[in-house]
Design a protein around this ligand. Structure first.
Ligand SMILES: Cc1cc2nc3c(=O)[nH]c(=O)nc-3n(C[C@H](O)[C@H](O)[C@H](O)COP(=O)(O)O)c2cc1C
Length: 348
């Protein structure tokens, strides 16, 4: 029983760690199952807590007790922050995400120690050490290695055919407003080697993900297009931009925009933006706060790296009186093949 429970816990932990490759719902399901079973694991091993300070406290036992306490705290924070990130319980924010990531890293390290100290009893030593090391290399590779390689070395050639195709005749005048890292960032010439995620190259041209979606949407609808541009320029380094955006959320800074689109003449606004810290980027919030969209219909399209719509639609609703349609989210890796999805969504 214990062996079965512990093996299931291990599988669930690693499955949840691979969140870069699983949809958010599945990650949450793994996390929820893990949280439930970890309670059972603690109940089955409750003698540990009963005997915590009893008997001979030799150095090995002290190390054992200490790492289990740390591990329990890390897992507790992991679960609480995971629940706080779930839309169902509260509005997720950047700080909870940082706490969740930090707790995941500490839990992974402590799990390694926990397995080394305890799991020998389950399998022969050589197999045990080899599989433990392999599992951790795979886990860290999945968390940090592959996204890193993908982000820094994988350039995507855009085929113009991905943009052009069947047209839709929608009623009313349409304005496509988009915000993208590209257009607001000073990228050096050799951008493919030094840029962050979300860049696609069409020959020598850089296209942001939201920009690509905006171009597809324009090709389908024939609407006018407007790129939101901030007065400040974001750094080419991806992680620096991520930190700057985090700061904008914590200080509630609304980055100034070079110009606002003239929305008066339009009936429908298609708003396209990347998910930033599970939320609406602050420059887009600025656009909404300073534009009267009260009699317009707003169609949001969110591009993201796995976080789906995040909390951005709730935020959107706080800053506009526009009637908001069912939103569409497009995973960054799916953009090149997203024309049909966007077409069908607009048709609906
Ligand atoms: C500052 C920043 C924060 C981000 N935060 C998230 C996030 O919380 N969840 C997510 O899935 N993707 C996140 N991403 C990834 C982008 O949403 C994704 O790469 C998007 O397709 C980028 O579009 P763009 O090229 O038009 O800027 C973030 C990217 C940046 C630059």
């Amino acid at each position: 029983m214990k062996k079965f429970l512990d093996s299931t816990l291990l599988i669930l932990f690693f499955a949840a760690l691979a969140s870069n490759f699983t949809p958010l719902n599945l990650h949450e399901a793994f996390g929820f199952a893990f949280a439930t079973l970890i309670v059972a694991h603690n109940l089955l091993n409750r003698h540990f807590y009963k005997n915590f300070a009893r008997g001979n406290l030799n150095p090995r036992r002290i190390i054992n007790n200490f790492h289990i306490l740390l591990f329990a705290v890390a897992i507790f924070i992991l679960i609480v922050s995971g629940a706080a990130l779930d839309n169902y319980f509260s509005a997720p924010n950047a700080n909870w995400l940082s706490i969740h990531l930090a707790a995941a890293i500490f839990s992974t390290i402590l799990l390694l120690i926990h397995i080394i100290l305890h799991a020998k009893r389950y399998v022969k030593e050589k197999i045990f050490y080899a599989t433990t090391i392999l599992a951790f290399i795979l886990a860290f590779g999945a968390i940090f290695g592959l996204p890193y390689v993908d982000r820094w070395f994988h350039t995507v050639k855009v085929n113009r055919d991905a943009i052009t195709g069947e047209k839709l005749d929608l009623n009313g005048k349409i304005l496509i407003v988009y915000f993208s890292r590209v257009g607001n960032t000073n990228f050096p010439a050799e951008v493919d080697a030094v840029s962050g995620a979300s860049i696609m190259l069409d020959d020598k041209k850089i296209i942001g993900n939201a920009q690509m979606i905006a171009e597809i949407t324009q090709n389908i609808t024939g609407g006018d297009i407007f790129a939101l541009q901030t007065e400040k320029i974001y750094p080419a380094d991806y992680s620096q931009t991520v930190n700057i955006a985090k700061n904008e959320f914590s200080t509630n800074e609304l980055p100034a925009l070079v110009k606002l689109p003239n929305v008066v003449d339009y009936d429908k606004i298609i708003l396209i933006y990347p998910l930033w810290w599970s939320d609406l980027p602050k420059p887009v919030e600025n656009f909404l706060q300073n534009s009267d969209l009260s009699v317009k219909k707003l169609y949001p399209i969110v591009t993201h790296g796995g976080g789906g719509l995040g909390n951005s639609i709730e935020t959107l609703k706080n800053y506009t009186l526009a009637e908001i349609s069912e939103p569409l989210d497009v995973y960054s890796s799916d953009i090149l093949s997203s024309r049909k999805i966007i077409y069908d969504w607009l048709k609906e």
